[in-house]
Write a protein that binds this ligand. Structure first.
Ligand SMILES: [Zn+2]
Length: 254
């Protein structure tokens, strides 16, 4: 299951921005990082800049504004641009359009990225959907639909970055977010990754086989293991005899 992590207040911000424009596209960008599953963790969300290009079936962010927010997010907290969002308002299109998919593929290819994340929202009555679509280098236009892992804490980055963006900041007129059909992660444990500190297991056999031309170094390593205090590999008869052969070779050399 692919999912994206976002602060509740940031997701609400997107919904409020979308509700500001029932008949025309709006959009914005978000900043954060990719976790160790390669999934997006959104730490700051922006709306549209003053000079963005808003059409019924098209949205283009004000690039000067994007640059300003990018600098603020990076300089204050090291957060990078990991994707963008836009509204398909009441257009009957809940998925990325062909143009949307191509924009994502271009962003990945031109910037040498591994992945880029897109959020789309529709208006349904007085509510909005807010759905995630993950694009990556390998799959190009074949995106993954994601679910949400919502963080209910207050966003600790927002106030500082908002201040740096200053008067250019987009403040939605709509005061209350309303969601339709939010796709939440089913199992809260699903995303918990605990890195275990297992002792390193080294394949001695492989070391021996790849050791030709590097016998001195290998023998030093294995000597320490044999006479020594720490046993860090599991030896079977075959690998033991190979190591003994190597150590004999070193002895003969000397
Ligand atoms: Zn679109």
């Amino acid at each position: 299951m692919k999912f994206a992590t976002i602060f509740k207040e940031d997701q609400e911000y997107i919904s409020r921005c979308i509700l500001d424009y029932p008949h025309i596209e709006t959009g914005g960008d978000f900043f954060g990082f990719w976790n160790n599953l390669g999934l997006p963790v959104i730490q700051y969300v922006t709306g549209q800049g003053k000079n963005s290009n808003q059409q019924v079936t098209f949205f283009q962010q004000d690039l000067k504004y994007l640059l300003k927010v990018s600098n603020a997010a990076y300089q204050s907290f090291g957060l990078q641009h990991i994707g963008s969002w836009h509204s398909h308002h009441q257009l009957n299109l809940a998925q990325p359009s062909g143009h949307d998919a191509q924009t994502m593929v271009n962003a990945i290819n031109k910037n040498g990225l591994n992945q880029f994340f897109m959020i789309l929202g529709n208006i349904q009555g007085d509510r909005t959907t807010v759905n995630g679509f993950l694009f990556d280098k390998e799959n190009q236009r074949r995106y993954f639909e994601t679910r949400w892992n919502i963080l209910h804490e207050k966003n600790p980055f927002k106030e500082t970055i908002d201040k740096l963006v200053g008067e250019d900041l987009y403040l939605p007129q709509t005061t209350k977010a309303k969601f339709a059909d939010l796709k939440l992660i089913n199992n809260v444990k699903a995303e918990t990754i605990v890195l275990e500190s297992n002792p390193e297991k080294i394949s001695i056999k492989k070391d021996v086989e790849s050791s030709q031309g590097n016998i001195e170094k290998l023998a030093h390593q294995k000597f320490c293991t044999f006479c020594g205090k720490k046993l860090w590999g599991v030896l079977n008869d075959e690998t033991s005899s190979k190591i003994i052969n190597v150590t004999e070779m070193i002895k003969n050399k000397k």
